[in-house]
Design a protein around this ligand. Structure first.
Ligand code: HEM
Ligand code: HEM
Length: 178
């Protein structure tokens, strides 16, 4: 028997993670990157960003477990054959880049001593800037790549749903699966 929708847990995780990932990208770009480390509000922004980012990592692992345990709809046959293949590749690359964001963010936090500065007893100030830590460049470049992939992914989803009219969005929505 083939199903027509993703399992409800994957649907909920898709939209929750979509929101949390966008929050990390928007706050990282417009709040963290532009705020000097000397500004006192930076501490709270960094705390929020780290907690959100680590929660993304944990929920992504849960998502992969659920993905391997549940039945998924058959790959799309609408559109050109090469675009269907591309779609599946883009999904895989999104998974990899999200994990790269979490790993590079965590590495940057550890390199710059953030756990004890933000969550410990230490009265140490933040480093003057994060620029000296090489892994920050990895985090920043991966963020730009992820933004581009999301634009491609959302554009393709809307194209399928509204131009090809194949009801693609229904696959990622709650409802009966048969
Ligand atoms: C930060 C934003 C987003 C991320 C990171 C993301 C990521 C993903 C990933 C990794 C998959 C593959 C699911 C799997 O097979 O395990 C997927 C599927 C899907 N996404 Fe997104 N997504 C995002 C936003 C959106 C938005 C805004 C839409 C709608 C306009 C959307 C529509 C879909 C649909 C319809 C599928 C199922 C595609 C299929 O069945 O072939 N996504 N998404
Ligand atoms: C999906 C998860 C994440 C996303 C989307 C994300 C996104 C971003 C973005 C867009 C920036 C600005 C980069 C720049 O251009 O300089 C940033 C900076 C940063 N992120 Fe993340 N991040 C994530 C996870 C994490 C995690 C898990 C941690 C730590 C545990 C972390 C720690 C940091 C730090 C320390 C900065 C530097 C702040 C600054 O430059 O002032 N991130 N992040």
């Amino acid at each position: 028997m083939t199903v027509t929708r993703y399992h409800w847990a994957l649907v909920v995780l898709h939209w929750l993670l979509g929101f949390m990932i966008l929050l990390g990208l928007v706050m990282g770009t417009f709040s963290l990157e532009t705020m000097p480390n000397s500004q006192p509000e930076k501490l709270d922004s960094l705390r929020g960003h780290m907690i959100n980012g680590l929660a993304v990592g944990a929920l992504m692992v849960l998502r992969l477990v659920m993905r391997s345990l549940t039945q998924r709809p058959a790959p799309l046959t609408t559109g050109l054959a090469w675009t269907s293949k591309l779609g599946q590749r883009v999904h895989l690359v999104i998974y990899v880049v999200v994990f790269l964001m979490v790993a590079s963010g965590l590495a940057l936090a550890l390199q710059s001593g953030l756990p004890s500065i933000l969550f410990g007893e230490s009265a140490q100030p933040l480093p003057n800037t994060f620029d000296g830590f090489w892994v920050r460049a990895v985090h920043a470049i991966a963020a730009k790549l992820l933004m581009a992939l999301i634009v491609l992914h959302v554009g393709a989803a809307l194209w399928h749903h509204y131009v090809l009219r194949d009801g693609l969005l229904r696959r990622m929505s709650l409802g009966p699966r048969e």
